[in-house]
Write a protein that binds this ligand. Structure first.
Ligand SMILES: O=P(O)(O)OC[C@H]1O[C@](O)(COP(=O)(O)O)[C@@H](O)[C@@H]1O
Ligand SMILES: [Mg+2]
Ligand SMILES: [Mg+2]
Length: 341
């Protein structure tokens, strides 16, 4: 048995200590962000416990309703949404919330209002719940300091304006990955302490990877550049080894693997769904923010994903994100197609 200090992680850098350290670098800060984050962390712990108990506590299956996007809501979707809304409102630091599960933005009542806008996907990868595969929560945070009466229009901001983004993956362990705009750090929940401990400091995505991740079942509807890229992954023209295919179908899990091992995650637009599937505000932007902060790239097929300005709350966009060099390749294919037209 390993009794070294490292094995016991005696440094015990909890996520709270970590964010307090960051806060101390900004003497003008009043700790609002730290408080907001502690409420998000609480929400993640709560959902993690619910996910772990899902089969036992009859939390799997459908809740009997469909959300605004016509998708059947799972019981855990509904529960997670309630948990995060309560956690965020009770922090007293939010003014407006956008959830995948709610058609309209939630405007926080004035007495509980703060300056942050939080956009979130309370439970990502819901189709994987019933078979116990990794799922997660995704969130992004904007500051709306000068907005007195927030409206939906105030949230339609490009991803590059986010001040923080992250996700929590409910997998074989519970891992929270966070960026406040100064790199990316990962924290693992120690269930015996009930604390997220820094286990993945300063994550940097490999410059090039050996894995591509896409739902190939949609291939018959792909456009030229996506089809050409995936063909190159399988049959490289330069004699290098083909890439491996990994696809879980939970964005959080597929992006987490991409961040740690390198490679590319694609959810392209296609003939059936020209804007793809993934939602700009609470899926595409937070993951793109993290990718860029880790040294990777994120591209919509037309532009840098974080430059996109959404025109509605639940807008979708094609997305290609991951290792810098891999995304560079797909950007070149789309640029070449643009010149041909
Ligand atoms: O089943 P598909 O079409 O490959 O889509 C998978 C994608 O859909 C999602 O499950 C959508 O997220 P939700 O479960 O939050 O709706 C992503 O997590 C994942 O990347
Ligand atoms: Mg999702
Ligand atoms: Mg979801």
């Amino acid at each position: 048995m390993d009794h070294s200090a490292d094995a016991y992680r005696t440094d015990l850098m909890t996520i709270t200590r970590f964010v307090l350290n960051e806060q101390s670098k900004h003497p003008e800060s009043r700790g609002d962000f730290t408080i907001l984050l502690s409420h998000i962390v609480l929400g993640c712990k709560f959902v993690c416990t619910a996910v772990n108990k899902a089969g036992l506590a009859k939390l799997i299956g459908l809740a009997g309703e469909t959300n605004i996007q016509g998708e059947e809501q799972k019981k855990l979707d509904v529960l997670s949404n309630e948990v995060f809304i309560k956690a965020l409102v009770s922090s007293g630091r939010t003014c407006i919330l956008v959830s995948e599960e709610d058609e309209d933005a939630i405007i926080v009542e004035p007495s509980k209002r703060g300056k942050y806008c939080v956009v979130f996907d309370p439970l990502d990868g819901s189709s994987n719940i019933d078979c116990g595969v990794s799922i997660g929560t995704i969130f992004g945070i904007y500051t709306l300091a000068d907005v007195r009466e927030p409206t939906v229009e105030d949230v339609l901001l490009p991803g590059k304006k986010m001040v923080a983004a992250g996700y929590c993956m409910y997998g074989s362990s519970c891992t929270l990955v966070l960026s406040t705009g100064a790199g990316v750090n990962g924290f693992t929940l120690d269930p015996s302490l009930g604390e997220f401990i820094l286990t993945l400091p300063d994550i940097k995505i490999p410059k090039k990877g050996k894995i591509y991740s896409v739902n190939e079942g949609n291939a018959k509807n792909w456009d030229g550049p996506t089809a050409a890229y995936v063909e190159k992954c399988k049959f490289p023209e330069d004699g290098s080894s083909p890439k491996s295919l990994r696809y879980i179908g939970s964005m959080v899990a597929d992006v987490h693997r991409t961040l740690l091992y390198g490679g590319i995650f694609l959810y392209p637009g296609d003939k059936k769904n020209p804007n793809g599937k993934l939602r700009v505000l609470y899926e595409v932007f937070p993951m793109s923010f993290l990718m860029e902060q880790a040294g990777g790239q994120s591209f919509t097929g037309k532009e840098r994903a974080l430059d996109l300005v959404p025109t509605k709350l639940h807008e979708r966009s094609p997305i290609f994100l991951g290792s810098y060099d891999d995304v560079e390749e797909i950007k070149a294919l789309y640029a070449a197609e643009g010149k041909e037209e």
